[in-house]
Design a protein around this ligand. Structure first.
Ligand code: NOJ
Length: 503
């Protein structure tokens, strides 16, 4: 509860995630943009949600579609301008919606000025201390400084021209920050303030479990047999869950709390992407009273179609978090995960023994989408009903399936390219949305440019994508869209006490 006696809005909010590149394209270039989102606010509002989370829209070379940020306080020209952000914030607030931005603290783009300065500066310089630059091993430093695997394949280390190496947990284009450097802390304070001053209501915070590393960066112990290339990084306890990061999150919470005190009426939320599969005890570390307000529980998303497993995922999460006074945050889909109707339509979904929940699975055969659709409805209804907040991902309300049929040369996800296709990657859940049945405008995704042209969508849409068109579903009581609208209307009815409005 807040000082004025109402419940904080985010504790039971339904939040709609927008993958900016794939939501709506207002200028006909085949790439989603901020103005496209603004034109669709009435649709978002009609879903009965409380807030919108936008994936990163900052300037970026787009090697990992915005999760490689080249400037944290501006907008990528592909997506619009700062004035477009202001318009979007205003449009959201006018419809009673809050707006969350996505902040990436573990790494930036190798094109960020800070990293370019570090490359130009000598070993041991202040510019290099922002990152993890180290000498290599071997007679000439030709071997990487340690044996850590990268999250998207290969090693975390990349060698630079003067012979030093830098650490990048995800791709070589995303160098990790060293958060023990006070300059990093100070710069992110300014970044948070910048967006809060522009009216943003909170932040989804990316990959928080990777922030902080064991001092000395020791070799990780050998992996057990059978751990694949992509899973390997998740086994590195020296590069994940390192406790020093919690000082950072406490500091961020102080920053946000101070902002709220200075701006009565503003209620800001910090939501952690803390990947702690089936370990609610670990998740709890991130939602201690002086850290994040919320952290996604991915356990329901990872659960097989098996009642005891689903039951356990819910019970364990609620029991652990509530015992410590923390809010619970559910999600069944996001831009990194195979879409739910496909996932639950897979033949092995019923078998808890063989089910990995692996979002990057290459399995694309024997999927029964009709079964997946029914299961998705049941699990979604459950997710709307259990205590906590719920984050939806664009397109799940249309029942969109995962798209497998993307030519290799149109695939964009670095996971696909860095693993030589071993990991199919996440493009299949990022296909531009179908708004209408009109193929000439990429199913309503693109508004034609001034000269009437319509660019090809950045990822190809299946020919039958119009079967899922939002416009048609809106007119059909049995559609997935109508189902979602009913669920959120029912959820709103049971709300008490009242929530504040965005201001
Ligand atoms: C998690 C994001 O959700 C994902 O899309 C991204 O590739 C990684 N973090 C790296 O930032």
């Amino acid at each position: 509860m807040s000082a004025t006696g109402h419940q904080k809005w985010w504790r039971d909010a339904v939040v709609y995630q927008i993958y900016v590149r794939s939501f709506a394209d207002a200028d006909g270039d085949g790439i989603g943009d901020l103005r496209g989102i603004t034109t669709r606010i009435p649709y978002i509002s009609s879903l009965g949600v409380d807030a919108v989370w936008l994936t990163p829209f900052f300037p970026s070379p787009q090697r990992d579609h915005g999760y490689d940020v080249a400037d944290y306080v501006d907008v990528d020209p592909q997506y619009g301008t700062l004035a477009d952000v202001d318009d979007l914030v205003a449009a959201c607030h006018a419809h009673g919606l809050r707006l969350l931005a996505d902040i990436v603290p573990n790494h930036c783009s190798s094109e960020h000025r800070w990293f370019r300065d570090a490359l130009a500066a000598p070993p041991g310089s202040a510019a290099r201390r922002r990152f993890f630059f180290r000498d290599g091993r071997g007679d000439d430093g030709e071997l990487p400084p340690n044996n850590w695997p990268a999250a998207f394949g290969g090693s975390v280390w990349t060698r630079v021209a003067d012979g030093q190496w830098y650490l990048a947990t995800f791709t070589p284009w995303q160098p990790d920050f060293d958060w023990s450097d006070p300059a990093v802390v100070a710069d992110f304070d300014d970044i948070l303030r910048f967006w809060l001053d522009r009216g943003v209501d909170g932040f989804r915070v990316d990959a928080v479990t990777h922030v902080g590393k064991a001092p000395g960066l020791p070799d990780m112990p050998p992996l057990e047999d059978g751990v694949g290339e992509i899973a390997a990084a998740g086994h590195n306890s020296y590069g994940m869950y390192w406790p020093s990061a919690h000082n950072v999150w406490r500091h961020w919470r102080d920053t946000v709390d101070a902002f709220e005190c200075e701006h009565p009426g503003r209620e800001v939320v910090l939501v952690a992407e803390a990947y702690t599969a089936r370990r609610p005890d670990l998740l709890m570390d991130y939602v201690r009273p002086d850290e994040f307000h919320e952290a996604f529980s991915f356990d329901l998303m990872l659960a097989p179609w098996h009642a005891p497993s689903i039951h356990r995922a819910i019970d364990d999460t609620i029991a652990t978090l509530h015992a410590n006074g923390a809010a619970v945050t559910w999600t069944l889909n996001n831009h990194d995960t195979q879409r739910i109707v496909t996932r639950l339509g897979r033949p092995e979904a019923e078998d808890p023994e063989s089910w990995t929940g692996n979002a990057l699975s290459t399995t694309g055969t024997d999927i029964d989408l009709a079964v997946g659709d029914r299961r998705a409805r049941a699990l979604t209804a459950l997710a709307f009903a259990v205590p906590g907040s719920l984050y939806l991902y664009q397109g799940e309300e249309l029942g969109l399936p995962e798209v497998f049929d993307i030519p290799d040369d149109r695939r964009e996800d670095p996971v696909f390219h860095l693993t030589d296709g071993e990991g199919l990657g996440r493009d299949g859940c990022r296909i531009p949305l179908p708004w209408s049945t009109e193929a000439a405008t990429s199913f309503g995704f693109s508004t034609p440019a001034r000269d009437g042209s319509v660019g090809e969508p950045w990822l190809p849409q299946p020919v039958a994508w119009g079967d899922y068109a939002a416009a048609d579903q809106a007119a059909d009581d049995e559609s997935m869209l109508a189902f979602y609208r009913r669920l959120s209307a029912a959820r709103r009815l049971r709300r008490w006490p009242a929530r504040s409005s965005p201001s």
